[in-house]
Design a protein around this ligand. Structure first.
Ligand code: 5GP
Length: 140
């Protein structure tokens, strides 16, 4: 599969589509998922284009996972979670729906199951409120 520069995350990176941004540095960008599978579900993407992990430049993994760790720590603290699940899909058969490499960060609480993947759009006020908590934890 070739990379489509008009995929949703490429548009978010270019600022053509709004998002609840959490963090950005030279190589990575983090923002809230609009169809959260759990409270505080967020995404980390590299700025360098690739459809997924398999066609990515491996030299970006250090920066990508440094941001995943930073945001995962903040999301866990902000959501008062007990743990964090990471997910990453490659290809339609594997459940991928947006073809720009991304890592899902899912703060987990004991006894609370994940909702459906790419299921239901959350109210923007709720996503914004959770983003504010995560941004505050990132700044702490
Ligand atoms: P994938 O299925 O490719 O692993 O994950 C794509 C994720 O992007 C899904 O969890 C979905 O809810 C999320 N998503 C899809 N469209 C948008 C959008 O326009 N904005 C944001 N912030 N997230 C999106």
């Amino acid at each position: 599969m070739t990379y489509d520069p008009n995929n949703i995350f490429a548009k978010i990176l270019r600022g053509e589509i709004p998002c609840e941004k959490l963090y950005e540095d030279e190589h990575t960008f983090a923002f809230m998922d609009i169809m959260p599978q759990v409270e505080g579900h967020c995404l980390v993407i590299p700025k360098k284009p690739s459809t997924g992990l398999l066609d990515a430049d491996p030299t970006l993994f250090a920066s990508l996972f440094a941001t995943v760790q930073k945001v995962a720590r903040a999301a866990k603290a902000a959501m008062h979670a007990d743990g964090v699940t990471l997910m990453q899909f490659n290809g339609t058969a594997a459940g991928q729906t947006v073809f720009h490499l991304h890592v899902h960060i899912l703060p987990r609480k004991e006894g609370i199951s994940l909702k459906a993947h790419s299921g239901k759009m959350e109210k923007s006020e709720i996503i914004k409120a959770n983003a504010e908590k995560i941004r505050a934890a990132l700044a702490a």
